[in-house]
Write a protein that binds this ligand. Structure first.
Ligand code: TXA
Ligand code: MG
Length: 309
């Protein structure tokens, strides 16, 4: 028997009710957020969480982000210090994940944190994820909804293409606004650059610095090859070599562009979809124009370096 395809349901009461029912029975669902699409399950149910790892083919040492409706819900799961409270007040709901000590007795399945004593937690701003949190009344563990090592999904079709029948329901709310995964901060260290830039963070936590992968603290998911497309990728390209698919930016045109006007916010939103198109193109390899390494450009270049690895 052929495996059934996922049901892609447009955001609305029907989709949220179906997704909440799937979560309540210990299942997994694909769902839109403002960063990338997530693959969600009840974070208090170890078997449900195991289904996330299985669907993604993710190494089990790689912990997941817990999504909650608001700061009060977050404070019942993680221990906040003054820095964390300041960041939550400034950037939640939104594209910031905080790594904090797990509260003793918090009802989070051990598999979510993969054995760590810390938990990564985020209050998302997106209506679909917020509606699912309200409908289930549960904290939801949700990594990006792609097969492990693949490109993060910024639309429902990416989720279906990457995970197929492993995910029964996808709540479709169009292309994601941010287009990059959330910024992850532990203490005053940025573990993963993202939409909330270092300059923004520094207004609330002076001296914030990037993790240099020295092994002291790292996000396990920041493996060098995490964002790999299937084809070789060349960075800082100003024109296409034979058999290359050129992804342009600003004045550098190409087969595709991240932003014809050179807008880094637009480029971030387009990045993963452009990599998907490049992978699907008839050319054997991919080239990408230079992106200025400031503001959110830092996060774009972080993802591109990993994709080129
Ligand atoms: O925008 C996002 O963050 C999306 C949406 C769905 O919310 N989620 C996402 O999840 O990108 P994922 O699983 O693809 O990336 C989570 C990252 C991984 O690099 C993981 O290693 C790291 O968070 N992480 C999770 N818990 C951690 C912890 N306790 N300490 C350090 N890093 C942690
Ligand atoms: Mg991911």
């Amino acid at each position: 028997m052929a495996a059934p395809n996922p049901r892609i349901l447009p955001y609305g009461t029907v989709a949220i009710a179906a997704a909440a029912a799937e979560i309540a029975r210990g299942g997994i669902v694909g769902i839109a957020t403002e960063t990338v699409y997530g693959l969600a399950a009840d974070a208090t149910d170890a078997q449900a969480v195991a289904r996330i790892y299985a669907a993604k083919g993710r190494p089990s040492f790689n912990p997941l982000i817990v999504h909650v409706a608001d700061l009060a819900a977050a404070e019942s799961i993680a221990l906040f210090d003054d820095d964390a409270r300041a960041l939550a007040a400034a950037f939640w709901p939104g594209a910031l994940t905080l790594v904090l000590p797990l509260s003793p007795g918090a009802p989070i399945a051990a598999l979510v944190v993969a054995g760590l004593s810390t938990v990564a937690i985020r209050v998302p701003a997106h209506r679909a994820m917020q509606a699912l949190l309200a409908a289930t009344g549960k904290p939801l563990a949700a990594p990006s909804a792609n097969a492990s090592g693949g490109i993060s999904p910024t639309c429902a079709e990416h989720v279906a293409a990457s995970l197929g029948a492993a995910v029964p329901i996808i709540v479709d709310d169009g292309a994601t606004q941010r287009g990059l995964e959330s910024t992850i901060v532990a203490g005053r260290t940025i573990l993963r650059p993202g939409p909330i830039t270092a300059d923004l963070l520094a207004q609330f936590i002076p001296g914030v610095r990037a993790s240099h992968g020295d092994g002291a603290i790292t996000a396990p998911g920041q493996l060098a090859s995490h964002y790999a497309p299937a084809k070789p990728l060349r960075l800082d390209a100003i024109d296409a070599r034979p058999d290359e698919w050129l992804i342009g930016f600003g004045a550098i045109g190409g087969d595709d562009t991240l932003s014809a006007t050179g807008d880094p916010i637009e480029a971030a939103a387009n990045l993963f979809a452009a990599l998907h198109r490049a992978d699907a193109s008839p050319r054997g390899s991919i080239a990408v124009a230079p992106i200025p390494d400031t503001g959110i450009g830092t996060a774009i270049n972080d993802r591109l370096k990993r994709a080129a690895h």
